[in-house]
Design a binder for this molecule. Structure first.
Ligand SMILES: N[C@@H](CCC(=O)N[C@@H](CS)C(=O)NCC(=O)O)C(=O)O
Length: 207
């Protein structure tokens, strides 16, 4: 029997982050696709699992968790893997989680989503969010010019979360080329045990 059930969508970056974190910490999971477009995310059954009607959700018995970075924190704490032992380093990891959901993720996921689902319209919103993504990548590049990992002296799930986002820059018509320290670090994170190509991690639903 698998350790967890992960509810997700193959194209969902937050769901891929959770699948990646589970793989990299040696946890097994059954995967369930949630048909968001078909309204499955808002059924009473799914809302009983995921209070905000979103993916990802992680379930184990009575435990139901949502919000990808909260789930990553839970995985780090319960496995003790890819999670800093030092208290201040744990705060640093959480700072990166909050930063990711505030700046980097919207800067990549929103232009990507608008491109995919509304042909890049409205253009002003796409440009605004891309600038946000570029600003975030600049901050990340500055940090990684001075440090090997995001929180403390070893890789953590903060690196995993942020590196997964970085794998989707092309989909948002952004590039890592102007951010060489980020590019190098993405290579480092991708070489860690258990990492798989984010874009092939979760199965697409049958057509
Ligand atoms: N902050 C959330 C974002 C989750 C999210 O935006 N999920 C999207 C798919 S990528 C979703 O479920 N959208 C459906 C909806 O919001 O109703 C997290 O990190 O888990």
């Amino acid at each position: 029997m698998a350790d967890y059930t992960l509810y997700g969508v193959a194209l969902s970056i937050p769901a891929v982050k959770v699948g990646t974190a589970l793989n990299m910490t040696g946890c097994t999971y059954d995967y369930k696709h949630v048909n968001l477009r078909g309204g499955e995310g808002k059924t009473p059954e799914y809302l009983a699992i995921s209070r905000f009607g979103q993916v990802p959700a992680l379930v184990k018995g009575d435990l139901k968790l949502v919000q990808s970075d909260v789930i990553l924190e839970y995985i780090g704490e319960t496995t003790g893997k890819l999670w800093p032992t030092d208290r201040m380093d744990r705060y640093r990891a959480k700072e990166w989680f909050a930063w990711e959901l505030d700046l980097l993720y919207p800067g990549i996921a929103l232009p990507r989503g608008l491109k995919r689902f509304s042909a890049g319209e409205p253009a002003a919103v796409v440009e605004f969010q891309k600038k946000r993504g570029e600003r975030a990548l600049g901050m990340l590049n500055d940090h990684l010019g001075k440090a090997k990992w995001l929180a403390g002296s070893a890789a953590s799930l903060a690196d995993v979360a942020v590196a997964v986002d970085c794998h989707y820059v092309d989909d948002a018509d952004l590039s890592l080329d102007p951010f060489p320290a980020v590019k190098e670090w993405v290579g480092r994170v991708s070489a860690l045990p258990g990492w798989k190509n984010p874009k092939e991690l979760l199965p697409m639903p049958a057509a």
